[in-house]
Every structure is written in C-alpha cells, then in structure tokens.
Design a protein around this ligand. Structure first.
Ligand code: ATP
Ligand code: MG
Length: 474
C-alpha cells in the first residue's frame, strides 16, 4: 500500500512540475515571440503607409507643390482612416507637422536626440524620445528629395492595441494548454490506475502468501508485464505450497515408519517384562525385536543418505571405471540371497570392459538398489537379466526381472519417498520405500536418466544411463 502511495505521489508531483514548467515556458517564451511577431507585422504595415505618405504629400511640402496647411488636411484624413497620429519631422528633429494638433496651433517641438538611423531599424517602441506617456510603436519613412533625406514621416500606433491582440492570442494558447494538461492528467490517472489496481492486488497477494495462505488467487489475466508478474507469483505460491505439502507428507511418513517398529519393540519388551511372554519364548521375540531395530537402522541410514544427497546437491567424485566389472562385483554380493531363492542372474554386457565416467560408489549403490528390488520382488527360481548397451556417448544399464511387476497406477510413484506398492507389501515387510528415491537422486545428480517399464504380474525393467568415459574410447 505504502509503496503505491509514494509512487502515485511521485507521479503527481512530476506531473505538476511538468505542468507549471510548461505554463512558465508559454507565458514567457511564447508571449515574447508573439509580441515580437505582432510588432514587426504592424510595423511593416505602417511602414508601407508611411512610405507612401513620404513619397507623396510629405515630399510635395519640401518641393513646394503643396502648402503645409494643405498637407495637414490630407494627412489628417489618412490619420482618421488608419487611426494613427502622423508626424513629419525634419532632419534636425523639429516636428513640422502633427495630425493630432491643429496646424494653426502647431507648437515647435524639437526632438533634440532624434536619430532614426540608430539600430538600423525603421521602427522603435517606447515613449518616442519622451513624447508619449504610454508605450508606442513608431515607424518612420525617410522623405528624400534630390537624393538627400529631408525629413521623416513618422506614424505612431499605441502598443496597447498590439498588446491586446497578443493577450487574446495568449488566451487561446492558455486554453489549449489547459486542455492538453487536463487530457494528459486524465491519461496519467488512467495509466496509474491501470498499474495501481493490479499492483495493489499483487501486494495483497504477497501479504497473503507471507501469512501462508497459498490458495489466494490473483485475478489478473492480462497479457502484459503485470499479468506476467501475477502469473509468476501465483506459480511461485503453488510451488511453495507443493513443497510444503511434500515436507509435511515426508515428516508424516518418517514418523509413521519410526513409530510402527518402535511400538512393536515396546510391546514385546513390555510383554517380556510383565511375564506375558514366558522366558522360554524370549529367543523368538528377541529375534523379532532385533529385526525391527535393524529396520530402524536401515531407515535412519537411508534418511541420512537422502538428506546428504539433498544438502550437498551435486557433490560427485567423478572418475573413470569399468562398469562391467562393477556389475559383476555387485552381483557377487547377492549370491547368498540368490541361491536361497534359486534365482540366477544373466549378464549381457557390451564389450570386455566398458569405461564410464561417474561417481563409482554412488552408481554402485544405484545398481545395488535395483538388484535388491529385482530379487525381492521376483518369484523363486526365476531369472534376472542385467544388460548394458552403448548408444552414442552413453551406456544404458538395464535390470530386468520377471517378478510381481508394478501396478499401472503405481509406476509413476515408485521413485517417490516412502512409496511402496500394495502388491509388494506382502513380499517385503522391511522395505522403507526410500531405495528408489535415493537411486533417482543419484542419477539426477549425474544429469542422467532413469526409467521404469513394468507390467503387473509379468516383470519390471529399470534402465538408467551413464556417461561413457572419453579417455578409454577406442
Ligand atoms: P528399500 O529399498 O528401502 O528396501 P523398497 O524396496 O520398498 O524399500 P524402493 O526400492 O524405493 O523401496 O521401491 C519402492 C517400491 O517400488 C517398492 O516397494 C515396490 O512396490 C516397487 N518396486 C520397486 N522395484 C520393483 C520391482 N523390481 N518389481 C516390482 N515392484 C518394484
Ligand atoms: Mg528397494
């Protein structure tokens, strides 16, 4: 929540700053430019008028074709028409004619520092050498006679009219700006809401997830970055939920597997103590108790091993070794059990020697677990086949039995921790259901694969891969 608020205010502040800056820019820059443009346009127009007057009536005064009196009447008419006072100033700066003063009462105004040639422009703004109180635009056109400047026609126009039209243009500018600012504010608000609403949903969701409520659903189905974020977040929550679930299941399984042997051990011991079991039967029951403790030891060892595999991750001691040799040695360790069940092991090995690169101890454990299962779940007097095949840079090792098989619905579960199919329970009471979980963990640590093919009542085949050794390749 807080996070959004600051974000939102940052947006708004940035926006307000932007709006103020644009207004400042328009009110100074645009206003000045407009004023300049209007002044020069007006000056152009007035200059044209002034030139015409300079070349007609004004010149005629100097050439004596017209009396100043007469000229005044003509120029007054023009003044009325264009609504601008018209003056004629001679080159010494004396105002010889002013349409706003009756000719008879003309005062001899002398503009001492009159110098129209300064700044190289034909117009000026200001009070025209102190002649006006308000700001005025004055445009002058030279009156030439015989190639010399005799004087100037000066047309004055109060700046107030130019400023008024500038202000009306500026009003239009401000209104346009206001519309743009409001429109962009609208877009800003819509956009930030578009971001804000899902953001708030995501924040609530993360809070829920933190509380442990992984079922909380995010109803954001957009094909944009936020939708993607929400999807990823949901996926993360489901993964956490799943792993937490697995953890709980795991602990439940562990507790169960520990409790049953402990209860039975305790039961037998109590029965011995209180005399329910007579001393002459002790041997039998101590045998059972020993069996149970053996099971507990096996369980603890497997758990420790699984935990080590998990904690250490991929900590393999890779080396090159002959897998054929290893298979033969592993089979020998099962000789006792095999003869008891009259099971024979058939080896179909590729090559005299087959060098692979892997962690020897761990791969031996894999083979041991698979062979142990195959023997456990085989019927008496059957054959187990171990086969190696070479494919590209891999060696495939298969352990195939014709035992009880795995029910179809359990095939996908045999690698899960503590999983034991119902079918196998009668055959093997000591099994922990951790053997294949360890096996899979080892194979995955090698970045190899293990697969199972099984038909209930027919047999089972486990196949795993190992990397061929590069050194011993022929
Ligand atoms: P442990 O390996 O700790 O003695 P386990 O053998 O029961 O216990 P796993 O090796 O993980 O545990 O095997 C899990 C289950 O998969 C077995 O209980 C059994 O139901 C089934 N299974 C595994 N291998 C075979 C097989 N070759 N034939 C039939 N079922 C099998
Ligand atoms: Mg096993």
């Amino acid at each position: 929540m807080k996070m959004h608020r600051t974000l939102y205010y940052k947006f708004i502040v940035a926006y307000v700053v932007f709006a103020i800056l644009s207004f400042v820019a328009v009110s100074t820059f645009t206003s000045n430019l407009t004023r300049k443009q209007l002044v020069s346009e007006k000056a152009d127009t007035l200059y044209r008028e002034a030139s015409i007057l300079a070349n007609s009536y004004a010149r005629q005064i100097y050439s004596g074709k017209i009396t100043p009196d007469n000229a005044w009447t003509q120029l007054s008419a023009v003044d009325t028409y264009i609504d601008c006072p018209i003056w004629i100033i001679d080159s010494s700066g004396k105002v010889v004619l002013n349409t706003r003063e009756p000719y008879s009462k003309m005062s001899d105004t002398l503009i001492s520092d009159f110098n129209p040639a300064q700044n190289n422009r034909y117009y000026m703004t200001g009070d025209f050498f102190g002649c006006f109180t308000e700001e005025t635009l004055s445009v002058f056109a030279p009156i030439t006679q015989n190639f010399s400047v005799r004087g100037y026609v000066v047309v004055h126009s109060p700046m107030s009219s130019i400023l008024a039209s500038r202000d009306s243009i500026m009003t239009i500018c401000y209104i346009t700006m206001l519309i743009i600012v409001l429109l962009s504010l609208l877009i800003l608000v819509v956009f930030s809401e578009m971001v804000y609403i899902p953001l708030r949903q995501i924040t609530t969701a993360t809070e829920e997830y933190a509380k442990g409520n992984y079922d909380h659903k995010l109803e954001i189905s957009k094909n944009d970055e936020i939708g993607y974020l929400a999807g990823t977040l949901e996926y993360m929550a489901s993964e956490i939920a799943r792993s937490e679930d697995n953890q709980k299941k795991f602990i439940a399984n562990v507790s169960h597997d520990f409790r049953s042997p402990l209860t039975s051990i305790r039961g037998y011991l109590e029965a011995m103590k209180d005399g329910t079991i007579p001393p002459e039967l002790y041997e039998k029951y101590i045998g059972i108790v020993l069996n149970e403790t053996e099971r507990l030891t096996k369980l603890t060892n497997s758990l420790l091993q699984l935990n080590n595999l998990n904690v250490k991750g991929i900590l393999l001691e890779l080396k090159d070794f002959d897998i054929n040799d290893m298979i033969k040695k592993t089979c020998e360790t099962f000789e006792g059990t095999c003869t008891k069940k009259r099971i024979s092991i058939e080896l179909v090995l590729t090559g005299e020697r087959m060098f692979v690169r892997a962690d020897k101890g761990k791969i031996q454990q894999v083979l041991y677990n698979l062979l142990d299962n195959a023997i456990k779940f085989s019927h008496d007097s059957s054959v187990i086949k171990i086969e190696t095949t070479e494919k590209k840079d891999k060696v495939f090792v298969s352990v195939k039995d014709s035992g009880i098989g795995i029910p179809k619905e359990s095939v996908g579960l045999v690698f899960d921790r503590f999983y034991k199919s119902d079918l196998s329970r009668g055959k093997d009471k000591k099994g922990t259901g951790l053997g294949l979980a360890i096996t899979k963990e080892i194979i995955q640590a090698h970045e190899e694969n293990i697969n199972v093919i099984s038909t209930e009542g027919v047999g089972t085949e486990f196949i795993f891969t190992v990397a061929k050794s590069k050194k011993f390749e022929d």
